[in-house]
Ligand binder design. Sequence first.
Ligand SMILES: NC(=O)c1ccc[n+]([C@@H]2O[C@H](COP(=O)([O-])OP(=O)(O)OC[C@H]3O[C@@H](n4cnc5c(N)ncnc54)[C@H](O)[C@@H]3O)[C@@H](O)[C@H]2O)c1
Ligand SMILES: O=c1ccn([C@@H]2O[C@H](COP(=O)(O)OP(=O)(O)O[C@H]3O[C@H](CO)[C@@H](O)[C@H](O)[C@H]3O)[C@@H](O)[C@H]2O)c(=O)[nH]1
Length: 437
Amino acid sequence: MRNLAVIGTGYVGLVTGVCLSEVGHHVVCIDVDEEKVKKMKSGIPPIFEPGLEELMIKNIKNGQLHFTTDYTEGLKNAEVIYITVGTPQNIDGSADLKYIKQVAKDIGLHVTHDVIVATKSTVPVGTNELVHKIIQENLKENVQIDIVSNPEFLREGFAIYDTFNNDRTVIGTSQDHAAKIMTEINQPFNVPIFITDIRSAEMIKYASNAFLATKISFINEIALICEKIGANVDDVAYGMGQDSRIGPKFLDAGIGYGGSCFPKDSIALVKMAENVNHSFKILNSVIEINKKQQMILVEKAKERFGSLKGKKCAMLGLSFKPNTDDVRESACIYISKRLIDEGAEVSAYDPIAIENAKKILDSKVKYGANMEETLQDTDFVFILTDWKEFIDFPLDKFSDLMKFPIIFDGRNCYNLEDVKQYPIEYHSIGRASIINK
Ligand SMILES: NC(=O)c1ccc[n+]([C@@H]2O[C@H](COP(=O)([O-])OP(=O)(O)OC[C@H]3O[C@@H](n4cnc5c(N)ncnc54)[C@H](O)[C@@H]3O)[C@@H](O)[C@H]2O)c1
Ligand SMILES: O=c1ccn([C@@H]2O[C@H](COP(=O)(O)OP(=O)(O)O[C@H]3O[C@H](CO)[C@@H](O)[C@H](O)[C@H]3O)[C@@H](O)[C@H]2O)c(=O)[nH]1
């Protein structure tokens, strides 16, 4: 088993550190955020991720997992250093590499022995070469630095499961020695390993996210056509997904994709293509379709009511998808703003993301303690996230709590035949509306 350092403890860093310690490696996680490190040292994860806390506490207790803000201490024995810091967007949409560059400099300044540096952050093609250059420029000792691109494919909400059950691990390197060590470190996860060159590994990550985003925008366009021609997009997606060349996943029509990855990575890939004089037309359309799709419920509500001025809306679901408290690029940000601009009153509820939402949504948004309180006396509901709590909510309760239940479901949470049993007006995505008085 190896001594490893993980720099950055966001989703990727913390999950990576915890899972590597779980399979027996000795891991030190380094972060510049002192508050966060203090919390993690006492076993409190700064993010909500099913199963993470238990594994974290277990491995801290058995001495496999440590946290520090000190690079000297953190890198002292590391045979592999993982870089997992954020790569947010610049104003023009390209990837902002300021955290990556800072980390590369700090590795150069602190490392005193031969080491492999593996980048897990999503970085534009060529970045690992830049990381190598910055480390070399700052080295104080004559040591060997091997560079590896090791992109991360985990999904929030399934991060631990994905680490142990991923479809592939990608290792990009030109060094046989580095490929051998990285393969050995990853062996306990039992995930197929694909070794390639650094640039291809970097591109695999962006191309994968862009392709998944494309599937989502494609089915959302199909949904809009289904509504106009009287087909049911859920059945269409099911029928398409039966073809193994297409596959059933990522064909759920809805209010588009959000989160910390697809929106930023798709724009970053467009920019990367522009830098080599290629106009990435499909991906530009995917992004444009997604922006439009995020507003689809507002358009439906405006069509239904004429004006939203003075209307009371209950917004259910604030995280960008279920099983996470992450609200980064969640559709609720744009939808609530538009509702307020249209003069509507917005009450909102989410099982776990309210505190994060409060930090970014307009102060005019009011929050309910539960679904019942949020729905009380509202004119219409927007369902933005397919939380199990919403799917399981008894449909008759909508009529009990609302003046007259008008539901705009952005995630197709309910079966149309079930809805027909209740006095509910129901508008969903890519399916016929139900007007039951
Ligand atoms: N979130 C995901 O599900 C996911 C999945 C796959 C890939 N990625 C990619 O992984 C990268 C990280 O994403 P995230 O969501 O985990 O990031 P994040 O922004 O949530 O966390 C980054 C962490 O790095 C720390 N940090 C910043 N500068 C540092 C420094 N100089 N030294 C030490 N720590 C430092 C921050 O304090 C923070 O804790 C991004 O490139 C992202 O695109 C994310
Ligand atoms: O059929 C679908 C599938 C997803 N979504 C939406 O797409 C977004 C992203 O969902 P998901 O991919 O499950 O979440 P992430 O945690 O953002 O994971 C993506 O982004 C990560 C960061 O790069 C990658 O590591 C993962 O492989 C990739 O799935 C969410 O808003 C979902 O609601 C749909 O609208 N329809």
